[in-house]
Design a protein around this ligand. Structure first.
Ligand SMILES: [Zn+2]
Length: 225
């Protein structure tokens, strides 16, 4: 490839090149490593673009130096959980949309499921971080079951479902997404509310956004007890 200067070379690239050319001997090894990294990045870019920038133009960042990384999308979409327990975080934050917490009691709380199976999919769980049902105190056990009853009553009033699935996945092998922090599911059900989507596309269609569900349910939980 003929070595020519790009007429649209960025000012940043020029500054970086001049720094490289005046590098002291002690800086030369890091400069060589930097140059190697630039070449690797350049090779990756050449797969996706028709950029004909020469080796002389390897200042960083380069014009059009966009590296596609679709594998990072899972972080953007929030599929990778933040460090720490999201339920403990919600317990600390209390009722607000950001935490999805609808009600925080003395020892237990009610939160919306971030990935609902159906509209109004709610979780009831202890405030305390435990994944063991037999570890619950009498007070936690009682409050969780009082809240389960209230959740069913409120969902019945607000959504008028034909039925409910109420249950607990105890342990990862049983399907618990967050096995270290116990949580009961309450899922409102309507006749014919399942179709081919969950089976074929691994995707459940819900007709409300989480914001709409939260706003719809919050007043009922604010007047609870
Ligand atoms: Zn926790």
């Amino acid at each position: 490839m003929k070595k020519t200067s790009s007429p649209r070379r960025s000012p940043k690239a020029s500054v970086k090149s001049s720094i490289k050319s005046s590098a002291k001997p002690s800086e030369k090894s890091s400069s060589r490593a930097s140059s190697k990294r630039s070449k690797v990045a350049k090779r990756a870019l050449s797969d996706n673009t028709s950029d004909t920038t020469s080796e002389a133009d390897t200042g960083w960042p380069m014009r059009r130096s966009v590296l596609a990384r679709p594998d990072r999308a899972k972080y953007v979409r929030g599929e990778v959980r933040p460090s720490g327990c999201v339920f403990c975080l919600a317990a600390n934050q209390g009722p607000k949309f950001e935490s999805l917490c609808l009600y925080r009691g003395k020892t237990a709380m009610v939160v919306l499921n971030k990935y609902p199976y159906n509209n109004g999919h709610i979780l009831v769980l202890p405030l305390r971080h435990t994944g063991d049902l037999t570890d619950l105190t009498k007070e936690e056990h009682t409050e969780i079951h009082d809240l389960l009853r209230e959740v069913v009553r409120i969902l019945r009033q607000v959504y008028e479902p034909a039925g409910f699935n109420v249950g607990l996945n105890l342990g990862a092998a049983a399907g618990a997404g967050i096995p270290d922090h116990l949580h009961y599911h309450v899922v409102p059900r309507w006749r014919g509310d399942t179709n081919f989507f969950p089976l074929l596309a691994g995707t459940k269609v819900v007709v409300e956004t989480l914001e709409q569900t939260y706003e719809r349910l919050l007043p009922s939980f604010q007047s609870l007890f």
